[in-house]
Design a protein around this ligand. Structure first.
Ligand code: C2E
Ligand code: CA
Ligand code: CA
Ligand code: CA
Length: 273
């Protein structure tokens, strides 16, 4: 090969640069997107495992109006996090979701919160401000956080969770089963709800061992008094097994994909009509 060590290094640098450049580009696009109000919030129903009636909704950020088509939250959320833009984006999602769902009185609203937002000492005050502005009852709101947040600063996590609960807002542990911590450890925080991640919940119909692992996890969380929600439910067999394992609520494509507010309202009208 004619490629010398030096050329190879330059090439490698170029590859690194382009990933970094793409990130910077997206970062500045997010900033513009926020200013131009290009972001949107979609909603995915959460159903009661027994009645299969919609009891809640998870708000999910969407960014459909990018020049190169839709960019998924798995890509733009991490960039918003490292650039600090998550504060405005997160605040936007919370405000929009509370105002959109305010009229749907019997539905609970669940909103994802990044560790960075939670780190903000003003976070609880901001939540309380949004609730007031939107006249959204605190008990209808649930905030979803991941274990990363709890492990990063357990003391702050504990006080933030307790402050939010004092406001009347519920707190859910999101993505359970993707990290390293045990339920035993996480029990020491006052989570109201535990959300079993789709990678774990989806195993319930794989084989006996996997199924035993999933149902064991659900049983322990239930026994600890937490409401248990399984996400990523895609087929009837999973519904049956998760219900048997004691899951309280289910969420996934089997019931509904995330959709714009308009479609959620239609769904409600159909049910009432
Ligand atoms: P998440 O919090 O675990 O949300 C559930 C994700 O699983 C959503 O992906 C949802 O569309 C997808 N999903 C739901 N049911 C099924 C199913 O049956 N099968 C499969 N394969 N997937 C299903 P989405 O909307 O692309 O969001 C990805 C992640 O981005 C979220 O994962 C969350 O961590 C983050 N995210 C989304 N919106 C926000 C936000 O407003 N703030 C923050 N901080 N993070 C957000
Ligand atoms: Ca979530
Ligand atoms: Ca998840
Ligand atoms: Ca998550």
């Amino acid at each position: 090969s004619k490629i010398t060590g030096k050329d190879r290094l330059t090439h490698y640098d170029a590859a690194l640069n382009s990933a970094r450049e793409r990130q910077l580009l997206i970062e500045s696009d997010i900033r513009d997107g926020l200013e131009r109000e290009e972001f949107d919030v979609w909603y995915q129903p959460i159903v009661d495992a027994r009645s299969q009636m919609m009891v809640g909704i998870e708000a999910l950020a969407r960014w459909p109006r990018r020049p190169d088509g839709e960019l998924k939250p798995d890509e733009f959320i991490p960039i918003a996090e490292t650039s600090g833009l998550i504060y405005s984006l997160g605040q936007f999602v919370l405000r929009r979701a509370c105002s959109d769902l305010q009229p749907l009185e019997d539905l609970k609203l669940s909103v994802n919160i990044s560790p960075a937002q939670f780190r903000d000492p003003e976070f609880e005050n901001k939540v309380s401000g949004v609730l007031e502005t939107c006249r959204f009852p605190a008990h209808r709101l649930q905030l979803e956080v991941t274990e990363t947040y709890v492990l990063e600063n357990p003391e702050r996590a504990r006080s933030a969770i307790d402050n939010l609960k004092a406001l009347g807002t519920a707190v859910a542990l999101d993505d359970f089963g993707t990290g390293y911590s045990s339920i035993g450890y996480l029990r020491r925080f006052n989570f109201d709800t535990i959300k079993i991640d789709k990678s774990l919940a989806g195993m319930v119909d794989d084989d006996e061992q996997a199924s035993a692992l999933v149902s064991g996890t659900i049983r322990i969380a239930s026994a600890l008094g937490m409401l248990v929600v399984a996400e990523g439910v895609e087929n009837e067999k999973q519904v049956k097994l998760l219900k048997q394992a004691g899951c309280d609520q289910l969420q996934g494509y089997y019931f509904s994909k995330p959709m714009p507010l308009h479609d959620i309202l239609q769904l409600r009208l159909q049910r009432l009509g």
